[in-house]
Design a protein around this ligand. Structure first.
Ligand SMILES: NC(=O)c1ccc[n+]([C@@H]2O[C@H](COP(=O)([O-])OP(=O)(O)OC[C@H]3O[C@@H](n4cnc5c(N)ncnc54)[C@H](OP(=O)(O)O)[C@@H]3O)[C@@H](O)[C@H]2O)c1
Length: 249
């Protein structure tokens, strides 16, 4: 094990699959103690074993980031168990694509409540502790969709645009206390994200588009996050846009 993150405590939301799971494992591999959060506790129980096998401490917390009380509890449980929070990976998200007209507006609420408000609630709960420590690192997962809007992706685009705006304001408000902020903007990756799209026609067509190229793997995103969080304290890697080589736009 590389011990470059030894003694650090990392909270990862959406740790039950995809980028979150890969990132929790990568941070543990580098010595960080991990707080893994998601709604599916059976998946976290399995992850807990794999993280524990790396010789670091791990705590699983059930958290629906749409609920502010769950986000507050996530950070409170972290502080109770470890007494500090060094890294917060705001990764939990949903991508319920579809045209604006005739959309099921419940999809919109889930995207905004999860991708935007959930990320904000976790940040709001964590920042006071990082300020007291005079150090911390918040990593927010946006998307290429936070930089390029497309027909059929309006509300997902809006949610990820919001993540970018919030992140830059956060950086300006916290950098003087040694708190770093990294925005990660991945392109198409092979995870279960697209499987949750409720509009079958859209789901099939997005899957067809993505599967026609070499997609990113979750470990590619974990490696980008690792690069940012293991940089020297004086270095604030603010933004990483990472597309598959084959993705045109
Ligand atoms: N895959 C891509 O192509 C891609 C590209 C750009 C950006 N992203 C972004 O990357 C992030 C991770 O996505 P992924 O590709 O790894 O997808 P994924 O495999 O579907 O993972 C999403 C994670 O978010 C969690 N989650 C969803 N709703 C939640 C809620 N209300 N409360 C707590 N956790 C919740 C899920 O856990 P539970 O269901 O167990 O709660 C799951 O662990 C998302 O923000 C996504 O928008 C993905």
């Amino acid at each position: 094990m590389d011990k470059s993150l030894k003694g650090k405590v990392a909270v990862v939301t959406g740790a039950s699959s995809g980028f979150g799971e890969a990132t929790a494992l990568a941070l543990a591999e580098h010595g960080a103690d991990i707080v893994a959060a998601a709604r599916r506790m059976d998946r976290l129980a399995d992850l807990e074993k794999r993280i524990g096998a790396k010789g670091v401490q791990v705590l699983s917390v059930k958290c629906d980031v749409q609920q502010e009380a769950d986000c507050k509890n996530l950070i409170a449980e972290t502080m109770e168990r470890f007494g500090r929070i060094d890294i917060l990976i705001n990764n939990a998200g949903v991508m319920l694509l579809g045209p604006i007209e005739d959309a099921d507006t419940e999809d919109w609420r889930r995207m905004i409540n999860t991708n935007v408000l959930g990320l904000m609630y976790c940040t709001h709960a964590a920042v006071p502790h990082m300020r007291k420590q005079k150090s911390g690192h918040i990593v927010n997962i946006s998307s290429v969709a936070g930089r390029t809007a497309r027909a059929g992706s309006g509300v997902y685009n809006a949610s990820k645009w919001a993540v970018g705006a919030f992140s830059e304001a956060l950086r300006q408000e916290t950098h003087m206390d040694g708190i770093r902020m990294t925005l990660i903007e991945p392109g198409a990756a092979a995870t279960e994200l697209r499987d949750h799209i409720t509009n079958k026609e859209v789901r099939d067509s997005v899957n067809k588009w993505a599967e026609a190229m070499r997609q990113l793997e979750s470990e590619d995103i974990a490696a980008a996050i690792l690069y940012a969080v293991t940089a020297p304290d004086r270095v604030n890697v603010n933004e990483i846009l990472i597309r598959p080589t084959d993705q045109p736009g």
